[in-house]
Design a protein around this ligand. Sequence first.
Ligand SMILES: [Zn+2]
Ligand SMILES: [Zn+2]
Length: 303
Amino acid sequence: MFKLVTLFVLCALTSAWGWQGHDSVVLVAKEFFDPMTIKYTDLLLKDSKYDIVKSSTWADVVKNALPWSKPSHYANSDEKHVDNNGTCGKFSDENQTDPLFNIIAAITNYTERADCHRRQPLDFTQRLEALKFLLHYVGDITQPLHVCGRNKGGNDDKVTFGNKKTNLHAVWDSNIIEKRISEISQNTTNEQHVRDYGKYLAKQLRGRQGVYADADSWVSSIRTKFNKFNSRKSWVVPIEWAQDSNGIDCTVVWPSYLEDPTQDLSLKYYEDAKYIIDLQIAKAGYRLATLLNKLYYACRRFV
Ligand SMILES: [Zn+2]
Ligand SMILES: [Zn+2]
């Protein structure tokens, strides 16, 4: 456990998916919300400055005001099981049984706090906060470099994307998705671009073609294992999500980059990565909808 705590510092200063990534996750999720989820989230957000899509980046905005929440945006795999030069590793159940501040702990914690099945529900403000953290963290955990400790999740790898100097982490948070969104949408404004992208991914999900044929498996553990909150079982779901994203680190994220670290990542690297981005955003959106539908179907007493 303590080894894991020391590893957190390695990933300091990571930001999240850029706003386009987080907004896209919630735009996809909204397409799969049950009526009660729509009603209840509308109620929670009724006096908020931002709607549910724009609330997706609230957890980033409050990082400085709530410094304890900073390490909750990422996790690193168990030090003993890191292989492939630290590009990927294992997230083990034993390391997740204490209330550590990492993204796995955070998703488990806020899932429990958001749940309308609780015998003693939390007050309105706390239930709203739990929703806003989930909107964000269920997105972050699908970003492969948010579950990888190597070089602070790629923050220390200076790279080029479209002739601009940046770092590998930022490429996965923002550059690839920005380019991908402008490729999918012919619209003129940023906001319309992102809405088009959300619709595009929701359509892929409904079509269940190709890699999207597996969509039910992305959410199956929510249905079967997030049943008993406060039990060891509830950790299983975000551990599985972290492991799934981490697998992309040693198959795509690092190997294609390390082949030639001086390459411009907006070229060949981008062509492979863009499909991974689509898949990860679609996964996050579908998981978020399935999770909120499960938590909120019992919220009738509040609406
Ligand atoms: Zn990030
Ligand atoms: Zn984040």
